[in-house]
Design a protein around this ligand. Structure first.
Ligand code: GDP
Ligand code: ZN
Length: 303
């Protein structure tokens, strides 16, 4: 049977929306319920009568997940880059950013932070302190404005890199992700409508990843830009305490001074991380995020 490799750009309970190698979009369904596809999956599809049927999911190189109502939800597979969008308004949410960094670091996903609405010069000071923290940690930060088109061409240029195939956009509601998406993919608005009509589910209330096809000038393949709309928080209780500790990259050089190898960096008397925090070598907001995540882990495993 002839099979074709496609990429999953959205899914509902019943259908997967696929893009073929030559850029056509079609609807398909999974062969069985074990084939739990995720946006970003590369799948093998065969034609059965008039139906496209997904028969196999190719091995994923990574998969970004979040925990929601006690369950791990897979959001996007095979990410080459995750753009974490922040803004001066709504006020930057360091806990959210750190949670996304932790989840994506654990999957080995490359990250970049984009501060949108940098045309709001009076409010921008709010973000600058936070931006500095991440810059010092080695994260790349760019300032842009989807509204006034500042820095958008630079972002588009960057996305022309043929090594990028699937790029995710994540940020709390209101930071301007849709505006940015519409700048990058002018047909994005129309596209959203077609799909909700097709799937007949109307507006999604829970977060559903959706992949937009961004044509590129220099790269032969279009870029799949995956939006995660409607996020207010980012649960990470699917991770272990060790995975969380390891994702706070700045802890590693201080952990050598901890008395115990499995130090939790919370109550231990001789703790390199707590010392570094007291000496202001670790940012308070980062440590607060760490505690916040540990609380979530504890609440999800009360035993
Ligand atoms: P989303 O919830 O992240 O998708 O955010 P939207 O794209 O819907 O934008 C939320 C609000 O921020 C809207 O009123 C936009 O017009 C506004 N907005 C988006 N980008 C910018 C920007 O670069 N600068 C300013 N000042 N406002 C923006
Ligand atoms: Zn410690």
């Amino acid at each position: 049977m002839q099979q074709e490799e496609c990429l999953v750009i959205s899914r509902t309970r019943r259908y997967v929306e696929l893009v073929t190698k030559n850029g056509d979009i079609c609807l398909g369904r999974a062969l069985n319920s074990k084939l739990d596809t995720c946006v970003g999956d590369k799948v093998l599809v065969s034609q059965e009568g008039r139906d496209k049927v997904v028969t196999e999911i190719r091995e994923r190189k990574n998969c970004l997940s979040r925990s929601y109502l006690g369950k791990q939800k897979q959001l996007i597979a095979n990410l080459d880059l995750l753009i974490i969008v922040s803004a001066p308004e709504p006020a930057p949410n360091a806990v959210f950013i750190d949670r996304v960094l932790v989840a994506s670091t654990n999957e080995g996903i490359a990250q970049t932070i984009a501060v949108n609405k940098s045309d709001l010069t009076d409010e921008l000071a709010r973000v600058q302190n936070i931006a500095k923290i991440y810059q010092e940690l080695g994260y790349e930060i760019s300032f842009l404005s989807a509204k006034s088109n500042l820095g958008v061409d630079e972002l588009r240029m960057r996305l022309e890199n043929p090594e990028l195939e699937i790029v995710g956009l994540v940020g709390i509601s209101g930071v301007g992700k849709s505006t940015m998406l519409n700048r990058l993919v002018p047909t994005a608005d129309a596209k959203t409508r077609t799909v909700s009509e097709k799937s007949g589910q109307g507006k999604q209330t829970t977060t559903q990843a959706y992949g937009y096809i961004m044509p590129r000038k220099s790269a032969a393949m279009p870029l799949i830009l995956v939006d995660l709309p409607g996020l207010q928080n980012f649960g990470v209780s699917h991770l272990s305490a060790l995975e969380v500790r390891n994702a706070f990259l700045e802890f590693s050089s201080f952990e050598r001074d901890c008395q115990y190898a499995d130090c939790s960096h919370t109550v231990e008397p001789q703790c390199g991380v707590l010392n570094a925090l007291r000496e202001k070598q670790i940012a308070e907001s980062r440590y607060a995020s760490y505690l916040n995540i540990l609380e979530e882990l504890k609440a999800s495993r009360p035993w």
